[in-house]
Design a protein around this ligand. Structure first.
Ligand code: CA
Length: 162
């Protein structure tokens, strides 16, 4: 994968932490796309189709868990929850709602990079056994029953039998 950097969407409203993460991930060989709010995160996810998401759970405009569920509805890319909440319960909620891993602030830079490598490895392994059909900007994920056109998830109409 030389010359083919993984794009990471970093969702973090704290400007200082965002700056630290941008510097850390860039030096770690990642291409960083930064979002300071949930709204930005939704837009940038669609336009950049990142290979990984670092998601701060404490955002100003949307609950991080809500955003996590939204991402999980449309993508299986790894999500690492970054959180100041370090109680066992918060960690369980994040993992149960689709986070692949989590780090708590203040985090150790080498540990975060190692966790990112680990989830990317696991994801690469899973992708090879997943049922995907992709052509041009059009992707069908049979496992998740989702369709994505040019990075935008397409809402499939459900037949209402009620
Ligand atoms: Ca925050």
């Amino acid at each position: 994968m030389t010359g083919n950097k993984s794009t990471v969407l970093v969702v973090e409203d704290d400007r200082y932490i965002l700056k630290v993460l941008e510097t850390l991930l860039s030096s770690g060989g990642y291409k960083v796309v930064s979002a300071a709010s949930g709204a930005d995160a939704r837009t940038l996810f669609s336009s950049h189709m990142p290979q990984m998401i670092l998601l701060d759970l404490g955002l100003p405009d949307v609950d991080g868990i809500t955003l996590l569920k939204e991402f999980r509805g449309v993508t299986s890319v790894p999500v690492i929850a970054v959180t100041a909440r370090s109680t066992e319960r918060d960690v369980i909620i994040a993992l149960d709602n689709g986070a692949d891993d989590y780090v708590t602030k203040p985090f150790s830079a080498p540990e975060l990079l190692a966790r990112m490598r680990a989830v990317l490895r696991r994801n690469a392994h899973e992708q090879s056994s997943e049922t995907f059909y992709s052509v041009g900007g059009f992707t069908i994920d049979f496992d998740k029953r989702s369709v994505i056109v040019d990075g935008e998830p397409v809402r499939l109409t459900q037949v209402n039998t009620a």
